[in-house]
Design a binder for this molecule. Structure first.
Ligand code: SF4
Ligand code: SF4
Length: 177
């Protein structure tokens, strides 16, 4: 019968030679291959102590930016959520109260802003959709964890600290103003 693929092999019933019967050459051959691997360059790295270099425009964990005066830029317009193909972003908008002008740049702000990092595919569409230069992806890697709940990142993890700004200049490829 004609074989369906070209991968079939005919089995030979030839008698084993003496060297094949004592198995030692095969064992030493296998050990030689193992030994050679000891001296080969390792493909693995000891993460997190060691990290691989990433591309300058690597898309990792998001940041919600503040302006030069430390006010949150996000105005909770929802464009990032609408553009997200993974439906990973949710938010609650609120009106800025009198006296909160130093906290929020716009009259409306995101009271709650969450990204589900398990849904996110790091496509960067949220960043492109944002009219306020408020959300950027960074070169930070989302930490591994044991619980699914830990991957819902709220404002505590997303908004940059006033005294610990995150450089996103590599991702600002065009002028928004
Ligand atoms: S990077 Fe893509 S998938 Fe992730 S939150 Fe932004 S738009 Fe959604
Ligand atoms: S991050 Fe940008 S697009 Fe998303 S709600 Fe805030 S201002 Fe709008």
């Amino acid at each position: 019968m004609k074989p369906l693929t070209q991968r079939s092999k005919s089995v030979s019933n030839k008698k084993m030679t003496f060297m094949e019967r004592i198995y030692l050459p095969a064992i030493f051959g296998g050990m030689w291959i193992t030994l050679k691997h000891f001296f080969k360059k390792k493909n693995t790295v000891s993460y997190p102590e060691e990290t691989r270099p990433v591309a300058p425009i690597y898309r990792g964990q998001h940041v919600l930016k503040r302006d030069d005066e430390g006010r949150e830029r996000c105005t909770a317009c929802g464009l990032c959520a609408v553009s997200c193909p993974a439906e990973a972003i949710t938010m609650d908008a609120a009106e800025r109260e009198n006296g909160d002008e130093h906290l929020y740049r716009e009259e409306k702000y995101a009271k709650k802003y969450e990204i589900n990092m398990l849904r996110c595919i790091f496509c960067g569409l949220c960043e492109e959709a944002c009219p306020k230069e408020a959300i950027f992806l960074t070169d930070r890697i989302v930490d591994a964890d044991f619980g699914r709940g830990e991957f819902i990142y709220g404002k505590d993890k997303l908004v940059e600290k006033v005294d610990e700004r995150i450089d996103v200049s590599k991702r600002q490829v065009w002028d928004y103003h």
